[in-house]
Ligand binder design. Sequence first.
Ligand SMILES: *Cc1c(COP(=O)(O)O)cnc(C)c1O
Length: 224
Amino acid sequence: MSVPSDIAAARAAVLDRIAKAAGVSGRAPESITLTAVSKLQPDDRVEAMLATGQRIFGENRVQEAEGRWTERRAKFADLSLRLIGPLQTNKAADAVAFFDVIESLDRPKLAAALADAAQKQGRSPEILIQVNTGEEEQKAGIAPLEADAFIKAARETYGLPVSGLMCIPPVDEEPAMHFALLAKIAARNGLPILSMGMSDDFETAIRFGATHVRVGSALFGARN
Ligand SMILES: *Cc1c(COP(=O)(O)O)cnc(C)c1O
């Protein structure tokens, strides 16, 4: 099979699995948004994905995303680009200028930089706060016990448009308890958006209330 039909078939299969998982939980399939994670994927696969009508993409790095999407953005006015990787404070202004959604806010210094950039640029992406549900040292995200206070500060002290939470469970653990924890923190803070679930666990995430699933390899194939 050529790459384009592979990609179209892969997307149809993922959308079907999303709909089935939604159905099992008594949820409407439209209540779950598919973010196609295009980081490190070759151009022909990205073009094939655009040809299927997919318009919501996730990228891990600001510069890589700018390189891939700046020209395509002029062609596809309805593109929505989501930063899902860790963000350095010195890239905050670039991220504010470029992305529609930033999913990886996780510390006060970055909140201050995003707020400053948003004010200077007169625009602000929608913001999600990343929670390090597994409290892994090497992983980005605010610790669960600090999440409530940080969410409040991001909204009230920094005035950021925080709409929800994001997490990446530890690779070697059952993800369900991490999704449940994220959903609980979101609910008690009145946050409607839950970005959780990747290729290997998005059905479980949907069962625990995911509104956005971030799927890479199941859509595009393995990354380089
Ligand atoms: C790479 C990545 C994904 C996609 O992972 P797959 O397992 O390929 O679906 C999702 N979320 C984040 C934050 C990522 O870095």
